[in-house]
Design a protein around this ligand. Structure first.
Ligand code: FAD
Length: 519
């Protein structure tokens, strides 16, 4: 059985037993990638439980260096989470709710430490939101059982996605693996189940006695980043300015975006020079903003229809992009082997990739000689974020121009992105390398120069991120050596093209065809 089924079963089979557990001296909410106090299902349930029992709510978060390692979490992301926790600690303290944050070095000791704390605090009810990666689902299923052995009810609920995975099935009763019919089913499901878009209640104020009973928890500081994930102070300051942490920043950005830019999203979203997308992905992936909240507010802004699929074209399109995030999480839950470095299309398991650390380094550093690719990689290295159009361009370039294994790029992205999210990243790489759920055939190969001219026509994005080409005028900025600006490029130290697109394209077609024959 799939890990999601194991967890669902564990929750289902223990439901009555868990319901029978009474009392306790506290209720716990375990924060993971749901770092917000508003519209948070499990937190809301935990608070309601605590209120009904007349006991305090305690929140906890575990900093797990080994989890960071296993998930290839970037230092920028760890820093964002820790900055968010500082803010949350203060917000929760205003309601007399303590936030316990500690670092547990060994991954295998996390569950044991949590159990020990539940017992120490006299907590009989623990709540959390579900994460859909294999290890996390397995851990939660095990926690349901281990907690029950100690008389503790552990409840995990769906919150990270708008529609829970496993819900949408085609007429033949199968899970969808193609986005368009899936989106139709997703929209229909939301019309039929409007409660899925309703906001959950914020946590209530704790009884004032919580301050004295759990005074030590209120005094505990938020730990600093583990040594292998800490940033130099100058990067911390820069990233804190670029990516203000916490749910208040997320709400401000969301409201501003919906009021000022979302209506133009459909026509402007593909141009990386224009700040036309919401830049909210870091908030969705750290959970400082719920996808549910964003869809609900976008639908409300879609006046007068207030629909998900008709009305303002920009808002409708934006909602459908948030749906992609749900889609990839559904794929991950249904086909968990994608978590194990396997392509979704198993018939593409045997493509022969080149081995070239030199070419890979050029790609990572933004020195391939293709200005649009280099601009994008430098944006990633500097901001921990890259525009979606450029993510597709550089991913296609790695697999189909450099002929390097897409998994190298998938990994590099996770190590750098502040919004790194396994499901969306894996889905995006599969899409771009033609090994994923996208039904397009492998012979759809991006031409990086045409992409550059089409989506960065004036070269504004390139000049911003590739200072060597700042002075190059006109179309030459897309291909300085090929379009008469070679001398200038040479002088500024801009590299020549590492590979020739036309040649590599042919090789890629051959390799994919051969791989498909073997697969
Ligand atoms: P907007 O365009 O404003 O979209 C709003 C939200 O919708 C985003 O914040 C995001 O949550 C969701 N969304 C939009 N496009 C996609 C998409 N194609 N797939 C899934 N969700 C989407 N997104 C991540 O959040 N984390 C990743 O690690 C990640 N890796 C990617 C890797 C590749 C190779 C590709 C092609 C895409 C990847 N994406 C990833 C998807 C997308 O590029 C980003 O979500 C988007 O660029 C974030 O910017 P935004 O918030 O301004 O998005």
């Amino acid at each position: 059985p799939r890990p999601i089924e194991v967890l669902n079963r564990a929750l289902e089979e223990t439901k009555e037993q868990r319901n029978r557990i009474a009392g306790g001296e506290a209720v716990v909410h375990w924060f993971k990638r749901d770092l917000r106090t508003t519209d948070n299902q499990a937190l809301s349930m935990a608070s309601a439980k605590a209120k009904s029992l007349g006991v305090p709510l305690i929140c906890m978060f575990i900093v797990s260096p080994q989890d960071y390692q296993a998930h290839l979490t970037s230092s920028a992301r760890v820093d964002f989470e820790l900055r968010t926790l500082e803010i949350m600690k203060e917000d929760l303290a205003e309601k007399d709710i303590p936030l316990y944050v500690t670092t547990i070095q060994e991954r295998k000791e996390v569950s044991g430490h949590m159990l020990q704390k539940f017992e120490e605090w006299g907590a009989k009810h623990v709540f959390c939101n579900i994460e859909y990666e294999v290890d996390e689902l397995r851990r939660e299923a095990e926690l349901v059982k281990r907690c029950l052995e100690k008389g503790i009810a552990f409840t995990a609920v769906h919150d990270d996605v708008v529609v829970p995975p496993g819900t949408l099935k085609s007429g033949a009763g199968k899970q969808y693996s193609v986005y368009s019919p899936w989106l139709k089913a997703w929209t229909k499901h939301l019309h039929e189940h409007p409660h899925l878009l309703e906001a959950s209640e914020p946590p209530s104020h704790n009884p004032p006695t919580a301050r004295t009973t759990f005074s030590t928890l209120f005094e505990l500081p938020i730990p600093s980043a583990p040594p292998n994930k800490s940033l130099p102070p100058s990067d911390r300051t820069r990233l804190a300015h670029l990516w203000p942490a916490g749910e208040h920043a997320a709400q401000t950005r969301l409201h501003h975006y919906l009021a000022t830019k979302a209506s133009a999203y459909k026509t402007s979203r593909n141009f990386p020079a224009a700040p036309a997308t919401a830049m909210l992905s870091v908030h969705f992936s750290a959970g400082t903003l719920a996808a549910r909240t964003a869809v609900r507010l976008a639908r409300a802004a879609n006046k007068p229809a207030q629909r998900l699929e008709t009305g303002d074209a920009g808002l409708v399109c934006w909602i459908s992009e948030i749906a992609w995030r749900d889609f990839y999480k559904h794929i991950l839950a249904q086909w968990p082997f994608v978590c194990m470095s396997k392509p979704f299309k198993y018939e593409y398991s045997d493509i022969e990739w080149d081995h070239s650390p030199q070419l890979f380094a050029k790609w990572c550093e933004g020195k391939t000689g293709y200005p649009i690719v280099d601009a994008a990689m430098r944006q990633l290295n500097s901001m921990g974020w890259m525009h979606n159009r450029c993510r597709m361009i550089v991913a296609s370039f790695l697999a189909k121009d450099l002929l390097l294994d897409w998994r190298l790029g998938e990994r590099y992205f996770m190590e750098k992105l502040i919004d790194g999210d396994f499901a969306s990243n894996n889905g995006g790489w599969g899409f771009s390398a033609s090994t994923g759920v996208d039904p397009q055939p492998y012979f759809r190969i991006f031409n990086p120069l045409l992409q550059s001219e089409k989506f960065d026509e004036a070269g504004e994005y390139i000049r911003k991120w590739v200072p060597e080409l700042k002075g190059v005028v006109g179309k030459a900025v897309h291909d300085p050596y090929g379009r008469g600006a070679g001398e200038e490029a040479e002088k500024s130290g801009y590299p020549r093209m590492a590979v020739e697109h036309k040649v590599q394209r042919e090789k890629a077609l051959e390799r994919y065809k051969e791989g498909l024959g073997r697969g």
